[in-house]
Design a protein around this ligand. Structure first.
Ligand code: BG6
Length: 501
């Protein structure tokens, strides 16, 4: 529940006709409204170059059935919610757009008899961030450092240099504490639960280090291809789209040091510590630590699907990677010599996100080698999506005479335990912005440190084009070289069975 007396809020969405607004933002705001998580006074203002209020309302409603976790909204509830929607048709460069926005805000605040928090959500390409934030500044809409907030979507730049430029553009009108850089993985319940698992239990933390952990694997696999986003993806690729943000953030949560108190700045400091400790990937011997791949035609769920180069808006000779695997080292006392293997890809056999913490073997094996067909290492598996839960795999004695050993699983499943499905990441993130809590958002120095890790790889790949693309068939686990990355270390990727561990 929100605090009892929450100030009213205005959420202004720039890029209201874009996909994100109908797929994620409006369904999330509606669900917060249904759950009584929004303040009593709220307004949502769509801002776009085309359309009007009626079109905005009906487009949002049409898409709710498809994209809201609750499906089609109840008529009465939707009518109540839709009455809070407003729309401004205008160019992002034009001062009149902002004058109209200011007029709506002023009228609402007069009606509420108190100032509102204003959330400006930039659901637009980064090239427009500067224009919008300058205009907001010039209209006086960013001046209140407590109430005015700007939310920016990823990608935050396309490399270290451009992200710094974006940052300085935003900082002309907003202070750092007013800027909410989104990484939607941080809003996922299971991702946040990594911290609960590690620091609310006495059991795991003592063994969460180089003495006991052999290595960590972080996988974010998707079964879909690039879908309708070929145009964007061609300028991005998997390293920028997934690794610089989602995967590195997951790694931070697995690797960070405990805090004295759970609070935003402390947590963000700990994450920056992890990112800064990542061993530099420049240097010729390290280039082999980052593997790229691109899918060719293949089978996905039994259907023949196109290769990446045949997708809409993709260059038929594209060198863009749709798969990345990396081996990273975190140079600190806790993690020295413990490799973190990260991988992500499109058109893999199934959608799943997972962290596997694999523990070292027992120091001495007292059971004869014949007592097990396969001595499986102890693994703690954090299933982030679509399955949500934690599995501990360990050895047990098989029933019967003799000492036969087999790997078994202890299984915790969120839905069974809490009898509730997890809410959408965007619900959590929007609620946090509305309440002014920056814990789950990326601070400028985090962005910078994450770009510093991937920048040498980006440069190396830009200088050496991929001659072997496509190098994996759709529906397979990525290129062979990614298996070799682990095989060289005597390890292998932990791939789930068709229907899970
Ligand atoms: C986005 C990427 O950030 O995350 C997409 O731009 C990707 O390419 C998506 O498909 C995956 O998110 P999720 O929540 O479905 O795992």
């Amino acid at each position: 529940m929100p605090p009892l007396k929450q100030p009213p809020v205005i959420v202004a969405i720039f890029g209201a006709t874009g996909d994100l607004t109908k797929r994620k933002l409006v369904p999330a705001l509606y669900n917060l409204f249904v759950d009584s998580e929004l303040p009593k006074g709220f307004k949502i203002i769509g801002i776009g170059r085309r359309g009007d209020l009626d079109a905005f309302r009906s487009e949002m409603l049409e898409n709710m059935a498809k994209f809201s976790r609750r499906g089609k909204p109840e008529d009465a509830k939707w009518t109540e919610f839709a009455a809070r929607l407003e729309y401004i048709t205008g160019d992002f460069e034009a001062p009149e757009t902002y004058a109209k926005l200011k007029a709506i805000i002023d009228a609402a605040e007069t009606a509420w008899k108190e100032p509102a928090s204003r959330v400006y959500y930039l659901s637009v390409p980064p090239a427009v961030f500067g224009t919008i934030s300058d205009q907001l500044g010039q209209t006086g809409l960013s001046a209140d450092t407590h109430r005015d907030r700007v939310v920016v979507e990823k990608p935050f730049g396309r490399d270290l240099e451009s992200s710094e430029v974006l940052n300085s553009q935003l900082l002309k009108s907003f202070a750092e504490n007013q800027i909410y850089r989104i990484d939607h993985y941080l809003g996922k319940e299971t991702v946040q639960n990594i911290l609960a698992l590690r620091f609310a239990n006495a059991l795991f933390e003592p063994i969460w280090n180089r003495r006991y952990v052999d290595h960590v694997q972080i996988t974010v696999a998707e079964d879909v291809g690039v879908e309708k986003r070929g145009g964007y993806y061609e300028t991005s690729g998997a390293l920028r789209d997934m690794v610089q943000n989602h995967l590195l953030q997951l790694m931070c949560l697995v690797a960070l040091e405990p805090l004295a108190r759970f609070e935003a700045e402390g947590l963000r400091n700990r994450k920056v510590d992890v990112l800064r400790a990542v061993r530099d990937l420049s240097g010729s011997d390290r280039h082999s630590y980052s593997i790229r791949g691109q899918y060719g035609p293949g089978l996905s769920e039994g259907q023949l699907v196109k290769g990446y180069r045949q997708e809409e808006a993709v260059n038929p000779r594209s060198g863009t990677e749709t798969y990345v695997a990396m081996k990273l080292h975190i140079d600190n006392w806790r993690w020295q010599d413990v490799p973190f293997y990260l991988r992500t890809g499109k058109r893999l056999p199934r959608k799943f996100s997972q962290v596997v913490v694999q523990f070292r073997d027992v120091p001495h094996q007292m059971f004869p080698s014949g007592s097990s067909d396969n001595f499986e290492a102890n693994r703690l598996i954090l299933n982030l999506q679509p399955e949500e839960g934690i599995v501990l795999r360990f050895q047990a004695k098989e029933p019967g005479s003799g000492m036969r050993l087999r790997g078994v699983a202890m299984d915790f499943n969120y839905e069974e335990q809490f009898h509730a499905e997890s809410r959408e990441a965007y619900e959590t993130l929007l609620q946090e912005v509305i309440e002014g809590d920056t814990t789950l958002f990326m601070r400028a120095d985090q962005e910078k440190a994450a770009w510093e890790i991937v920048d040498p790889v980006l440069h190396n790949w830009a200088e050496n084009s991929a001659t072997s693309f496509p190098n994996y068939a759709a529906g397979t686990w990525g290129p062979e070289v990614a298996d070799l990355l682990l095989a060289k270390d005597g390890r292998s990727w932990y791939n789930p069975m068709p229907k899970y561990v």
